[in-house]
Design a protein around this ligand. Structure first.
Ligand SMILES: Nc1ncnc2c1ncn2[C@@H]1O[C@H](COP(=O)(O)OP(=O)(O)OP(=O)(O)O)[C@@H](O)[C@H]1O
Ligand SMILES: [Mg+2]
Length: 270
């Protein structure tokens, strides 16, 4: 590969949110610098906007900072400069439990259910800050995912990976979030279960919840997203409507690849 992301792939200033609708955004990350260890920045000026009702995808190579961006939005990694706003109000470095009360939901990639608790108890944990809303929210969830109602007494630990992912999303939906942050919901699932996860994500979005989804399965994510961002080395590399990014030759070359060329390269074929 001759082109480096730094030289060719950086979004030019005004293009950072290409294709974003007009109007007040719901969630904004502005020039975020964040990291885990002193003196080591993982996000190096990251930008993201999510408008009401949007389904926004974040893709990029391993280690690009995708999970770190979600964690920075959710108060789980310290933001060193830049800021996060929700409905115009500053929420930078607010605690996760406070963010949940304000309408931000987060589903981490791993350990996102309590395996020894039943489905119903997991969903109760989702509203521990507002237990009286349980019945109403449970009805909403069961309407969206009837299987969770039918199997409410089953322990989460005995569910399949795809089912567990459904419980994790449902738990985050219990607080009626305006925006849901999903970190690689399709990871580790078979292709059919991955498809179900994307369909479920779309269904939640259609029910009125804005979504930010981080995905390894970049093509599939871009198919369902209104807009996508490509992150590289903690910075924005590209952005635009999902299907445009999917068909952009530079994005394909640098970030999507094709199985055919990968296999050819790996086998040394001309
Ligand atoms: N808890 C942590 N402490 C120190 N460094 C971390 C921590 N978590 C992540 N990092 C580092 O931050 C960088 C970005 O990691 P991050 O998990 O955000 O990447 P990612 O884009 O989500 O990658 P992947 O596609 O593999 O999930 C990596 O270099 C990683 O080693
Ligand atoms: Mg990650």
């Amino acid at each position: 590969m001759t082109a480096t992301p730094q030289s060719t792939a950086r979004d030019a200033g005004s293009d950072t949110h290409r294709g974003a609708p007009a109007g007040e955004p719901l969630l904004v990350a502005d020039d975020l610098v964040a990291g885990y260890l002193p003196g080591v920045d993982i996000l190096n000026g990251c930008n993201l906007v999510v408008h009401p009702g949007e389904l926004v995808g974040i893709i990029g190579p391993n280690g690009a900072g995708k999970s770190t961006l979600l964690k920075a939005l959710f108060g789980l990694v310290n933001v060193r400069s830049g800021g996060v706003t929700l409905k115009g109000e500053d929420i930078t470095n607010h605690r996760a439990d406070a963010l949940v009360r304000r309408g931000v939901g987060f589903v981490p990639q791993n350990n996102n259910v309590f395996p020894s608790l039943t489905i119903e108890e997991n969903l109760q944990m989702g509203v521990y800050q507002a237990p009286r809303t349980f019945t109403e929210r449970f009805e909403f969830i069961v309407d969206l995912f009837p299987v969770l109602g039918q199997r409410r007494k089953q322990r989460a630990g005995s569910l399949s990976g795809g089912e567990r992912q459904m419980v994790a999303m449902a738990r985050a939906l219990m607080m009626d979030p305006s925006v849901l942050l999903l970190d690689e919901p399709s990871a580790g699932l078979s292709p059919v279960r991955q498809d179900e996860t994307f369909i479920r994500t779309r269904k939640i979005n259609k029910a009125g919840v804005s979504i930010v989804i981080v995905e390894q399965n970049a093509r599939r994510a871009l198919q369902i997203c209104d807009r996508g961002y490509v992150l590289d080395q903690g910075r924005n590399a590209y952005s635009g409507p999902g299907r445009e990014l999917m068909n952009d030759p530079k994005v394909i070359e640098l970030y999507l690849g094709t199985l055919a060329t990968d296999v050819e390269k790996a086998s040394g074929a001309a």
